[in-house]
Design a protein around this ligand. Structure first.
Ligand code: GTP
Ligand code: MG
Length: 205
């Protein structure tokens, strides 16, 4: 599989303009606060505390770049929909996130993380809609699969796909994961590896 040999923290930024200039493929994790973005980065990279996690929502506040195998970036972003911040800071934050998605040239794909225990949330569906309308490729990562039994996971994913098919002709790639039980590592890394190889081939044409 697309095994990770090295994973290192590069930099944290509050502005997309200050993010690393190195033009290498980049993959960003986004989703509601506490959905498990930072935990997933640790699980994917086999590092316990590369990205900082917390039981309290709102832990990640900046754009965090990690370089993988010296050849591509993983990006840990703050969560959206954190209820305890004020309306003004929510607005500011939305701008910060949309700036990232609209301006980041080397972004290859976003991954929208969705907690597998909650039925489709408007905020997630709106964000997915926004990515689609902005022409930003994305996949969906269902998190915390350890919380449900296999049958319930199947049912949940089926329902979620039905929901998406109300607006989309085609389903995005999706992945079932658990950071605590290390489920889905191979699927996500293989997807990234295959995508990186496609990019490389296109570059060499
Ligand atoms: P913010 O940075 O606040 O936006 O949150 P985040 O999306 O980065 O979430 P984080 O990775 O910090 O995890 C939030 C909480 O969920 C922590 O208490 C984690 O231990 C827990 N968590 C994350 N992934 C899993 C998982 O796969 N299974 C279970 N059971 N808990 C998880
Ligand atoms: Mg986080």
């Amino acid at each position: 599989m697309g095994k990770i040999k090295s994973a290192e923290f590069v930099v944290s930024n509050s502005e997309v303009a200050k993010c690393p200039k190195n033009p290498i493929p980049e993959y960003a994790f986004i989703g509601r606060s506490n959905v498990g973005k930072s935990s997933l980065i640790n699980m994917l990279t086999d590092r316990k505390s590369l990205a900082k996690t917390s039981g309290r929502p709102g832990k990640t506040q900046l754009i965090n770049h990690f370089i993988i195998n010296d050849s591509w970036y993983l990006v840990d972003l703050p969560g959206y929909g954190y209820a305890r911040v004020s309306k003004t800071s929510k607005k500011k934050f939305q701008k910060f996130i949309t700036n990232y998605f609209e301006q980041r040239q080397q972004l290859v794909s976003a991954f929208v993380l969705v907690d597998i225990r909650h039925k489709p949330q408007p905020i997630d569906l709106e964000f997915i809609q926004y990515l689609g309308e902005s022409g930003i490729p994305f996949g969906i990562i269902f998190t915390k699969a350890d919380k449900l039994k296999p049958k319930a996971i199947e049912r949940y994913v089926e329902d979620y796909c039905q929901q998406l098919l109300k607006t989309w002709e085609e389903l995005p790639p999706y992945f079932i994961t658990s950071s605590s039980k290390k489920i889905g590592q191979e699927d996500v890394l293989n997807f990234i590896k295959a995508t990186n190889e496609e990019i490389e081939q296109l570059r060499n044409q």
